[in-house]
Design a protein around this ligand. Structure first.
Ligand code: GRF
Length: 218
């Protein structure tokens, strides 16, 4: 039996997206396994999640490096050492430099809790709420050298309600994050993704029949 490809997952916190990826892998829904969990924070719960599943973990504390570039160079070393075929940022709260982005071109995915290009950066759900949009959602995209600007692979939408708080909206979005991250990973390994300028095209993309959502639905 041939070895499954591996992914390196980078986390800074709870790691619920990491958990969704591990679960999808264990259920055979994605054709790869998590080969290493890396965190810039020694107390990130994501590390404990990895260990529970027998996955090697590594802490690379950004505070031990004088520059972002030196931190990123160490990340590159650790990721290369793990032999990962794909890098997934899952709640990894550091801005990465070209040092790592150029080391893994079109091989780094990120998840963002908003419908990019709207509301990039931090507090995506809070920004959406403050703006007054009726839909928000989440985006899995490849990393480029901007902040949350890279080619988009999958998006999911959720309604925004008048009585939402940042927390209730973020929780509604997180449910969808857990669905679309494994989906994006599956597409990555399917060989169906093609880059066309800044766009990702999906060969054999299924069309959604009569797609229409309104909010309010009155
Ligand atoms: C997610 O909302 C992700 O989009 C954002 O940080 C959160 C991480 O959640 N960047 P978790 O660590 O995967 O639970």
């Amino acid at each position: 039996m041939s070895e499954r490809p591996t992914i390196a997952v980078l986390v800074s916190g709870s790691g619920s997206n990491l958990q969704a990826i591990i679960d999808a892998s264990e259920r055979g829904e994605i054709p790869c396994r998590v080969g290493i969990v890396i965190s810039n924070k020694a107390d990130a719960y994501g590390l404990a999640r990895g260990k529970k599943h027998g996955i090697p973990t590594e802490v690379v504390d950004h505070k031990g490096f004088a520059t972002r570039e030196e931190f990123d160079a160490r990340l590159v070393e650790v990721i290369r050492g793990s032999g990962a075929d794909l890098v997934c940022l899952a709640g990894f709260m550091r801005i990465l430099t070209p040092v790592i982005i150029r080391a893994f071109p079109n091989r780094i995915l990120n998840i963002h809790p908003a419908l990019l290009p709207s509301f990039p950066g931090t507090h995506g759900p809070g920004q959406a709420l403050a703006y007054g949009v009726r839909f928000s959602g989440c985006t899995v995209h490849f990393l480029d050298e901007g902040v949350d600007t890279g080619p988009i692979v999958v998006q999911a939408i959720v309604p925004v309600y008048d009585d939402d708080t940042e927390d209730t909206l973020a929780a509604r979005i997180l449910v969808q994050e857990h669905r679309i991250y494994p989906m994006a990973i599956r597409l990555f390994f399917s060989g169906r993704l093609a880059f066309e300028g800044r766009k990702v095209k999906i060969r054999g993309e299924p069309k959604i029949p009569e797609f229409s959502h309104r909010n309010p639905d009155a």
